[in-house]
Every structure is written in C-alpha cells, then in structure tokens.
Design a binder for this molecule. Structure first.
Ligand code: RIB
Ligand code: CA
Length: 317
C-alpha cells in the first residue's frame, strides 16, 4: 500500500521533535512538508528548529514553509520557554542548520498549493496553534473538499486544560483559528489532553532513547532533559506526557484509540474560559452555537502502553 501523505504544521518544540522523527521513521507515512507556527517559541525560531530536525534526520528534501507570526485576532501570548527552553529545544542552543530548504511561499499558501495539487491525498497534521490551517481555509474555500483528513493535537474535551484550567496550549494560542478548523467540513480528528495526558512515557523509557544508535535519537536524548525537568517540577511526574506524537500514533494505529463524534466549539470570549474546547455531548446540546456544525472525531481513550511501544520502536529504527 502507498504511504499516506502527511503535511505537519508544527511549533518545534521538544514533543514536536519526537512526533516529527516518529513520522519520518514510519514507512506507512510520507512527510511531504513541514509548515511552522509560533507556540513553543516564536515562528522564526520554530522554523530554524524544523530545518535542523530535517537535517539531522537526513531529510533535507522535505520543504519547510514559515507560517504566521501572530494569531488571527490577538498578539502572540509569548513562548513556552519554561517548558521547551528559550530555543524551543531544551536550551541546547544547537548550531544553525546549514541547509535552508525553505519553501518560497508562506505556510498558508504552501498548504493550499500542496493540498490542491493532490486532491484527496493529503492529511494535515497540526501539532501547534491552528493559525496557518485557518488561514489556508480562508484563502482557499475548496481546501476542505480537497483534504483527506485533519488529525490534530489540541484541545481538552472532557478534561481540564494545561495552559489554563479551561484551555489546552495550542488552542489558547489562537482560539479564533481553532474555532474555524473545528467548523471545517472535512474529517477532523482531535487528539487532545483527554488522551495525551493518559500517555506517560516514563523516565526509564525516555533514558532508553539515549541508547538508540541513530542521530534522531541522539538529538532527542540531548533535548529531552529540559522537558522532563519541567514535568517533574510542575506535575510531579516521573516521565513526560506524549502530546504531539498522539497524532502519528492515531494515523499508524487507530485501533489503539477510542473515539466519539460531536461538534466542537471553541470559547473565543475574553474571560476565564477563553480557548476551552466545548463538545456538544448529547443531541440536546446540539443547539446554537453548535447547530449545523460538523462532528469532530474526539479521541477519548488510548492504549498508552501500545502507542508508547510503537513510538519507541520507530525511534530506534
Ligand atoms: O498542550 C500540548 C501542546 O502544546 C503540544 O503541541 C506542545 O508542543 C505544546 O505546543
Ligand atoms: Ca507542538
């Protein structure tokens, strides 16, 4: 079977790096491009990180398109340097990549051009704030018809947020964009905190990555300690939550996930619950402002042991 073509929209980011390497090591997937966005760091830093990750993986054939510098309707809330380091890569301050395979267009246009050139073939995998994806939808109204699917990391349907008690970080960084994407007419799969905070990779297993004999694993072994330290101090965890890789696991092994389908709205107000993803759970909830919204496939449960084993297996390859 032909590999599934995916376009990853990302804000690397330590867990983004894991997800990108996981995808690149999976023969079932064909990564046709990376588009970048602010989030864990500013957009330019995330772009440099994306280029470096591809260089380390020996995949400088994959183009990188730099994305929006700010959310649709507000200023950027600022980098998550306390989680991912000032450089977005665990304060490792790695050398700049020498190959600069930047697309000669911005991320939204790159998404439109790539998807429209291969109708029905491209799956979008956003693992950062959804600004670029929303901009691409606004730019090309036929985009959703031409997309195979969107499988995204973001939101918290039936659990608390992580960037605020109400909101998950990717959604809080651009609620207006997220509400556009959850209203899209194509198939949207939401891998949110409902499953990612159930997927704890232990310190022991993370340390095993340091023994894998490839450059991708060696890079992860360098950048992971900062992220592990954050989770230890902040959440008292002996390990880390695996957020962004949930999208890749879903694409490779959807049988390890349980899902339900409900329309999702994002709170775009300017109060405490800004950025909260609200799923209409029952038919009686299907009233304004959910009415007429397409259903999102929401991941609600995960076989964490199975997806962690799969990811480690691929990172070792
Ligand atoms: O909430 C988790 C998300 O926020 C992940 O995408 C992580 O990389 C951060 O951006
Ligand atoms: Ca991310």
């Amino acid at each position: 079977m032909a590999a599934r073509k995916i376009l990853i929209d990302t804000d690397p980011g330590i867990d983004d790096a894991m997800a990108i390497f996981y995808a690149l090591a999976s023969p079932e997937l064909d990564v046709v491009g990376l588009t970048t966005i602010f989030g864990n760091s500013d957009t330019e830093t995330c772009t440099v990180n994306a280029l470096r990750l591809l260089e380390i993986a020996g995949r400088t054939d994959i183009p990188v398109a730099r994305g929006a510098l700010r959310p649709l309707a507000m200023d950027f809330r600022g980098p998550a340097d306390f989680v991912h380091g000032v450089d977005g890569q665990g304060d490792t301050f790695l050398p700049a990549p020498t190959t600069q395979r930047r697309a000669n267009t911005d991320a939204a246009r790159f998404i439109v051009e790539t998807v429209m050139a291969s109708p029905g073939e491209i799956t979008l995998v956003p693992i950062g704030p959804l600004t670029n994806v929303a901009l691409a939808m606004l730019l090309e109204p036929r985009l959703c018809d031409a997309l195979a699917e969107i499988v995204l990391m973001g939101g918290a349907a039936f659990v608390d947020g992580n960037a605020s008690p109400a909101a998950e970080a990717n959604i809080l960084n651009d609620p207006e964009a997220a509400d556009i994407v959850f209203g899209a007419t194509c198939s949207v799969v939401m891998c949110g905190l409902d499953v990612t905070e159930r997927t704890l990779m232990s310190t022991e297993r993370l340390n095993s990555i340091g023994e894998f004999d490839n450059d991708r694993a060696r890079l992860l072994h360098k950048i992971l300690p900062f992220y592990m330290d954050f989770y230890h101090r902040n959440n008292g965890l002996d390990g880390i939550y695996i957020h962004d890789s949930a999208t890749i696991s879903y694409l490779l092994a959807p049988q390890h996930f349980r899902t339900i389908s409900h329309p999702v709205r994002v709170d775009c107000g300017h109060s405490f619950s800004r950025g909260k993803t609200l799923a209409a759970r029952s038919a009686s909830d299907h009233h304004v402002p959910w009415i007429g919204r397409p259903a999102t496939t929401i991941c609600t449960a995960i076989d964490a042991d199975a997806v962690i084993a799969l990811e480690l297996n691929r990172l070792e390859m």
